[in-house]
Ligand binder design. Structure first.
Ligand SMILES: [Zn+2]
Length: 301
């Protein structure tokens, strides 16, 4: 049973929006690509674990702190006899395992994900021991991408490869499990300890002036959109969306990128660019947000 669901990280939403509105510096672009791939892999794994029917509690995406160290858990599954901790990797291509090192062929060494896994496992154990919870933890690396190969993979490491995931999960599903109040309390405890907003983000610096204005197409991200009557129409892919909904989407994107800026009719009119009249923007803001102040000092929350 899904106990805590995954949401798209704010940092990823911000980078995704910035990527359409400015040219990301190459290191930020690479970081954005990695973050999106990682997220896609996690979502793909969620689509498999959500089919589990055993008596278990599934907690996706936890950011926790133990001994002053932050650690992130992609997926955690509580069954009656153990806690499964899953670290999901969406690696693609050919890798080689060389005595504790992961090398992307031909010769690019990456941080060994097994180290990250054992760090998370150890920190989770410390966190649980503080509450006298001593359910065994079984930590596994899940390689979700079907295009992934690891040469010289050792047999004795907790790694589950793309061709094994289905069997692994069906075995887990058929393992008898009977949860009680104690397990539910554990799940509640972990959810309550979850840190909603990560303390650090890796965003490039940007200003309002730097960014391209306009409402992007919700299907293809193109800026080639026009208002046609009550709709926003994309000239690239012909996708249509109600104009009011598109403006709200643009406002939400503005809030995401500029949380400290006030939302005013003028600002949003300029931000959306494609809506001809300010009064139309004002109507959407009136309908969807709370108005503060009056006349030219009015803004929305
Ligand atoms: Zn489009």
């Amino acid at each position: 049973m899904l106990y805590k669901s995954r949401t798209k990280p704010v940092e990823l939403k911000q980078l995704s929006s910035l990527d359409t509105r400015m040219t990301l510096p190459s290191k930020d672009k690479q970081y954005f690509i990695n973050l999106s791939r990682g997220y896609e892999g996690e979502v793909l794994f969620d689509s498999l674990t959500e089919k589990l029917t055993c008596d278990c509690l599934l907690l996706n995406d936890l950011l926790l702190k133990a001994n002053n160290s932050l650690f992130q858990i992609d997926s955690l599954l509580i069954s009656s006899r153990k806690i499964h901790l899953f670290e999901v990797k969406n690696f693609e291509g050919d890798y080689n395992y060389e005595t504790n090192r992961f090398v992307k062929l031909p010769q690019y060494e990456i941080t060994n994900p097994l180290h990250q896994l054992s760090r998370s496992e150890s920190l989770l154990r410390q966190l649980l021991l503080k509450d006298n919870i001593n359910l065994p933890i079984e930590a596994s690396l899940i390689f979700i991408n079907p295009e992934f190969t690891l040469y010289q993979a050792p047999l004795n490491k907790p790694m589950i490869f793309p061709t094994q995931i289905k069997n692994y999960l069906s075995e887990l599903n058929s393992t008898p499990s009977n949860l009680n109040e104690k397990h539910k309390r554990l799940a509640d405890k972990l959810v309550s300890l979850h840190i909603e907003e990560p303390p650090y983000k890796q965003l490039p610096s940007y200003t309002y002036e730097d960014l391209q204005k306009g409402i992007t197409c919700s299907a293809c991200k193109s800026f080639s959109t026009v208002i046609a009557g009550r709709r926003l129409v994309c000239k690239e892919c012909a996708h249509e969306e109600m104009a009011a909904a598109a403006v709200v989407r643009a406002v939400e994107e503005f809030k995401l990128l500029f949380p400290e800026h006030k939302i005013t009719t003028r600002r949003i009119h300029e931000w959306c660019r494609v809506v001809q009249y300010q009064k139309r923007i004002r109507k959407v803001l009136d309908d969807n947000y709370i108005k503060r102040g009056t006349n030219r000092w009015a803004y929305y929350e």
